[in-house]
Design a protein around this ligand. Structure first.
Ligand SMILES: Cc1cc2nc3c(=O)[nH]c(=O)nc-3n(C[C@H](O)[C@H](O)[C@H](O)COP(=O)(O)OP(=O)(O)OC[C@H]3O[C@@H](n4cnc5c(N)ncnc54)[C@H](O)[C@@H]3O)c2cc1C
Length: 503
């Protein structure tokens, strides 16, 4: 049986922010475009759909470059990539506003979203955003050690996070164009001619296998490898993680690039988060104790860091420099006062981010009892029994709780400097705990790209006709702030779409 075939100017693999930005741009540059989405419509949209829906939009190109170079730390980003990134980032708000205007009246609004079809956007600092969401006071910038005078860090539609607002608007804007979106259709290979030029994509969809010829180019925006345990082990050096976003990102796009001899970049790079696996569900959830009577311990049952250490999108300052955190498996232990202080994860109406909350619709119980009964949170009558159930050293945990309670009585943490107002003894049984180890926001290493979003061969030369954008080829080599991932995806998505359409 012969494989079916069709042909367009540009094939875009992936239906997240990067893929949609590339498709819109290529279409508007006059190309005939098809978008491939591995997932069915109900679970389409990648991590972009699950995201907090915040984006970064600086107003000054030169200052934005300075900020990016600071964030890169001692993992410098090539100049052509920095320049291309900055020239696009300053356009983000105008581009998003235009897309939202096109989408208005056509958006499949999340029925729980009070913002409806609205198109306004709000720009605010990281400080304002966190204050609004949690009531906490934090520095104005997420990374005050680097100069962020180039602009706002967080922009949203409607001033709050979630409800897939960005993704639903980008999707509706794309749907207003003559672009075919093929759901449940996975790219399985990228095809080249005898000279190594990319000529199309092999796909597997509801009607079987097909080869789609790409007359001008292919944009690979198939996301990261958050659901590929072998790649996680090989590249992140982690045995156990659970994704917070889509279950559909399995590193396919990276594998397809590798098959053509593409070079890889920054494979270590990822954003870990505090959270747990939810047995029986495909993805995990962000959790955090709502009261102060808790500690974090390692497998030996001992604390190893202040629980108040500022989390900065997968990094924290440890030993004087930004390091991955939380990186390894660790355990949180708390008592009944924390269990009754409120749900361990923010309710949907307060913070509609994550796959389970936004796409699947899991609603966490107010008193955490449902999740305790499910076994997601472990319960025990004594600290020793809790340690045994969690697989933590019982002698170590008993000793640590004793030391912690004594520190609380003194009103001072002499070991790790946790602030006194965040301290309370763990004395009210029953006791609870969970292993977080860790929750994965996104992987960010992947295909090496240049400032034109061209994918580079191991020889250093571009692979003709192949472009990459988004998580599959993230710009960020070390630290990055909230909103910068979507911003990078739409920025390089536009570049990739433009370059691919030019042929
Ligand atoms: C819970 C959560 C909150 C976040 N909050 C924010 C935030 O507020 N701001 C921010 O900037 N970033 C945030 N991020 C990160 C951000 O969502 C991602 O970095 C960004 O959306 C990536 O966009 P992308 O287009 O590269 O990938 P994705 O959006 O993941 O899209 C990848 C697409 O490729 C498809 N695909 C995969 N394999 C194939 C294949 N073989 N064939 C066809 N299609 C395929 C997938 O189904 C998907 O449609 C968050 C992430 C998570 C998980």
């Amino acid at each position: 049986m012969s494989t079916r075939s069709s042909s367009v100017d540009v094939v875009v693999i992936g239906f997240g922010a990067a893929g949609i930005a590339a498709a819109i741009t290529a279409h508007d540059e006059g190309a005939q475009v098809v978008v491939l989405e591995k997932a069915p419509p109900e679970t389409a949209g990648g991590n972009t759909r699950a995201a907090g829906q915040v984006w970064y939009s600086p107003h000054d190109e030169e200052l934005a470059k300075e900020y990016l170079r600071g964030l890169a730390y001692d993992m410098p980003i090539p100049d052509d990539v920095v320049d291309a990134w900055a020239s696009e980032q300053v356009r983000n708000n105008d581009w998003m506003t235009a897309r939202a205007a096109e989408a208005q009246g056509h958006i499949d609004v999340d029925p729980r979203d009070p913002f409806g079809q609205g198109v306004t956007f709000e720009a605010h600092t990281y400080q304002e955003a966190v204050k609004r969401q949690t009531g906490w006071d934090v520095p104005r910038d997420e990374f005050p050690e680097f100069n962020n005078e180039g602009g706002t860090e967080w922009v949203t539609f409607g001033g709050t996070q979630g409800h897939s607002r960005v993704w639903l608007r980008l999707k509706a804007a794309l749907e207003q164009r003559d672009v075919e979106i093929r759901y449940s259709t996975a790219a399985t290979a990228i095809v080249t001619d005898g000279d190594g030029r990319v000529t199309g994509v092999e796909v597997l969809g509801p009607d079987g296998a097909e080869t789609i010829t790409a007359r001008r180019g292919v944009v690979n925006a198939a996301g990261g490898f958050e659901n590929n345990p072998e790649m996680i082990r090989t590249y992140l050096g982690l045995p156990y993680v659970t994704p917070w976003g889509t279950p559909h990102n399995t590193g396919d796009g990276i594998r397809m690039g590798q098959a053509l001899g593409a070079d890889l970049q920054n494979m270590y790079q990822h954003m870990p988060m505090f959270g747990i696996a939810l047995e029986g569900l495909e993805t995990g959830e962000f959790v955090q104790p709502g009261g102060p009577a808790f500690i974090q311990v390692a497998q030996d049952g001992r604390r190893f860091i202040s629980e108040a250490t500022a989390y900065r999108h997968g990094k924290s300052t440890i030993g004087g420099r930004l390091e991955f955190y939380p990186h390894r498996a660790m355990w949180t232990v708390f008592d009944e006062t924390v269990r009754t202080a409120g749900p361990l994860t923010a309710p949907h109406e307060a913070w509609a981010a994550g796959w389970e909350k936004q796409v699947v619709g899991y609603v966490w119980s107010d008193d955490n009892m449902v999740e305790i009964e499910k076994g997601w949170i472990t319960k025990a009558d004594t600290i020793r029994e809790l340690a045994e159930k969690l697989g933590v050293d019982p002698d170590g945990l008993e000793a640590e709780i004793e030391r912690w309670n004594a520190a609380c009585a003194q009103g001072e943490d002499p070991y790790f400097g946790r602030p006194a107002e965040m301290m309370a003894p763990i004395t009210e049984p029953p006791y609870y705990g969970y292993k977080w180890g860790n929750l994965l926001i996104a992987t960010m290493g992947g295909l090496r790209k240049n400032g034109k979003a061209q994918v580079l061969h191991v020889s250093g030369q571009p692979i003709p006709g192949l472009y990459a954008a988004g998580e599959i080829s993230s710009t960020f080599t070390w630290a990055l702030g909230g909103g910068q991932s979507i911003a990078d995806a739409i920025g390089f998505g536009r570049i990739a779409g433009r370059e691919a359409a030019a042929g």
